[in-house]
Design a protein around this ligand. Sequence first.
Ligand code: NAD
Ligand code: DAU
Length: 358
Amino acid sequence: MILVTGGAGFIGSNFVLNWLSLHDEPVVNLDKLTYAGNLNNLAGVMHDQRHHFVQGDIGDAALIADLLRQHRPRAILHFAAESHVDRSIHGPAEFIATNVNGTFTLLEAARAYHGSLDDAGRAAFRFLHVSTDEVYGSLGPNDPPFAETTAYAPNSPYSASKAASDHLVRAYHHTYGLPTLTTNCSNNYGPYHFPEKLIPLMIANALTGKPLPVYGDGKNVRDWLYVGDHCAAIRRVLEAGRVGETYNIGGWNEKTNLEVVHTLCDILDALAPRAGSHRDLVTYVKDRPGHDRRYAIDARKLERELGWKPAETFDSGIRKTVQWYLDHQDWVRDVQSGAYQGWMEQNYGKRGGAGEAA
Ligand code: NAD
Ligand code: DAU
């Protein structure tokens, strides 16, 4: 079996659902259920014998040791993290606790467990660390995309905490021989994406006629990858990645934020028309402090070595995603709890122009 951390979040839940639709191999799913963890994402597998959900913290050394002893997984896939850049600016402490100290605790437990395995178990074991392209910093308009050899230059508390965790993973391979794999992926989108992030927030606001808060001039560039493609890449790296290596994962879809928002508006104009265009809701608001200008990923190593390529184009993926949100408006309403409303006030209340974003 495999142990997944953070499997009730956006990417982790997509990974668990996809895994169980493709494999018979069971999954132990450890998640703290922070504001971002949502058991509704896993409704389809909550009664599946192959899915064993455990609510707990990756920083709980005794719990992790217990889970490893009890379930003896052949791999740990580490998704759990605090993941929202804006939240890391308002309150970085949780990011250090989970992304740095939590990853450290998990690595220590994995090291002890790995040492307890027989030769065959040790050779087969993998610790796959799910990380981000944000560790590489920000690109100028004509810079080449991030490669695995690009120097780390994280700019936000979130990306600094992820960079720290990547370094720890690297060190545990180099020093202790833990069989690690690290993936650095660009911006994901798709089902179960928490509506604090650009794409689901814009869809949710557009559907309720609220302002669409674009930070700064809207010209920051991100590379977008459909979440199912990210999950497929992770499965492939787990299956055949070279131990100790890192693999960049990206969609070859660089877009400005304004392009993304306009695309969403145009799709919604067709699928959920309102009086006037959804584009009329676009509202420019104060920029994110330290806002990285451009991310782009060179994913050729993964294609060359492991034959992975994204299956979705941005056009096909974004249409599926908007349709999913239209079909799952209850999911969005459930997620928009009291705690989430408090966050909307904290993040957008003082930016001006989008005071009604919540
Ligand atoms: P998310 O915020 O949607 O989910 C994170 C999950 O981790 C939640 O279910 C949460 O409850 C859980 N969690 C948080 N702290 C925990 C702790 N201490 N112990 C156990 N569980 C805990 O995040 P996501 O967008 O699904 O991202 C998953 C991983 O992928 C993260 O490591 C993130 O850095 C990385 N990543 C995300 C993207 C993206 O575009 N979303 C892109 C590249 C990499
Ligand atoms: O690049 C990978 C990263 O992508 C992941 O590591 C992070 O976990 C994930 O959250 C994401 O980070 P970003 O900061 O790029 O994603 P976010 O959706 O927060 O913002 C995308 C862009 O849109 C960014 O330039 C900021 C802008 N934005 C965001 C929000 C929430 C707005 O203009 N308005 C908004 O309201």
